[in-house]
Design a protein around this ligand. Structure first.
Ligand code: DP6
Length: 352
């Protein structure tokens, strides 16, 4: 999180609303997954999760208050948003307005450089950027931790994109009042031995189209019907403990092993849902085979998948080109990107 943002945004009781603000945020990929809400209204998850914010595919979002407008106007990549996308942004802005004690509607422009809805965390960068820009435009005066709580209400994983590098999102508690529950669930940076780890994430885009089942619906179905959900949630808590240790030691092989098993376990919970949710495609399995082969050849490479067929391969930065080459050879013609740890969300330009 930029010091500028914290310094400019923090004032007890908030600050006067600005005409507008623009923020940029990057996606994050979870190494310990968030899958399942305990409280859908407050976006409180069943489990803690942990991610790496990327240095590719930023989203830039501007929010301008418009006293004359009767409704929020939202454009996504230059096209007017409608339906569910508009409803989600407007519901999020309602929350911001309620907290700010303001009624003005907003004009929102969002430019996303990641394929939307393809399991590449576009909602994470999208709602993190929207939270930072809207909080500033409406004068909420939130610090970075407060922004993670706010971003959470747009999309759970967005809470983690407020910070750069490795980030944990605490599940918090549903006990107590709404305010107590809300305060308990926030994201914060995780201590990491960066020099020893020096990680890269090779992103194989196997299908950039929107997914058939939204992650929101899929996680609800998994929690409600999958007999494997609770065992996975329990083992995920142990994975997190081990992951924190591995990050602190800078042990890339351990980080990768834990991330891969956590992701495969999450997909197992979905496959056991009724009816099953299956995001993994034949191309996904082809890439997973190439990752196994890399390991047999002595390269520390480990895969993780989200709510889509795309595969992200964690490896050392020094091995990233070799890993990317192996993945390209496995799925010729598909886009393969190399990412490193990226920065937290921040205000940009004149709005700073
Ligand atoms: C598989 O954050 O997109 O990417 O909170 O309903 O908006 P909502 O879901 P979302 O879910 C992300 C799930 C995941 C795993 C992760 O990022 O931890």
């Amino acid at each position: 999180m930029s010091g500028d943002l914290m310094a400019s945004g923090r004032r007890p009781g908030g600050r006067a609303p600005d005409e507008g603000a623009t923020a940029v945020a990057h996606p994050n990929i979870a190494l310990i997954k968030y899958w399942g809400k305990r409280d859908e209204r407050l976006f409180l998850p069943w489990t803690d999760s942990l991610s790496m914010t990327l240095d590719i595919f930023p989203t830039t979002t501007s929010v301008r208050l418009d006293a004359a407008a009767g409704a929020d106007v939202v454009t996504l990549n230059g096209a007017p948003a409608h339906g569910e996308a508009l409803r989600r942004v407007s519901a999020f802005l309602d929350l911001v307005r309620e907290r700010a004690g303001l009624r003005q509607r907003a004009v929102v422009h969002s430019e996303n450089t990641v394929p939307t809805g393809a399991g590449l965390a576009s909602s994470a960068s999208g709602f993190a950027a929207l939270a930072v820009a809207a909080a500033r435009a409406y004068g909420l005066g939130l610090d970075a931790t407060g922004l993670t709580r706010l971003a959470r209400r747009g999309s759970g994983s967005a809470s983690r994109s407020v910070f750069g590098g490795f980030v944990v999102w605490h599940a918090g508690t549903t006990a107590g009042t709404d305010t107590e529950a809300d305060l308990s669930s926030y994201a914060e940076p995780v201590p990491v031995s960066h020099d020893a780890l020096d990680p890269a994430l090779v992103v194989a885009v196997l299908d950039a189209g929107p997914k058939e089942v939204s992650s929101r619906g899929a996680m609800r179905r998994t929690v409600d019907t999958s007999p494997l959900y609770r065992p996975w949630a329990r083992s995920s808590a142990d994975d997190l403990t081990e992951m924190r240790d591995a990050l602190l030691r800078g042990d890339l092989a351990a980080v990768g092993e834990i991330a891969e098993r956590n992701a495969l376990g999450m997909h197992a919970t979905m496959l056991a849902a009724r009816p099953a949710v299956r995001y993994l495609s034949p191309a996904t399995l082809t890439v997973l085979d190439s990752v196994l082969q890399l390991r047999r050849d002595g390269v520390a490479a480990y895969a993780t998948m989200d709510a889509g067929p795309n595969v992200k391969v964690l490896c050392a930065r020094a091995d990233a080109q070799r890993v990317a080459g192996a993945v390209r050879a496995a799925v010729p013609g598909r886009a393969v990107h190399v990412a490193g740890p990226g920065p937290g969300a921040r205000l940009t330009g004149e709005d700073e």
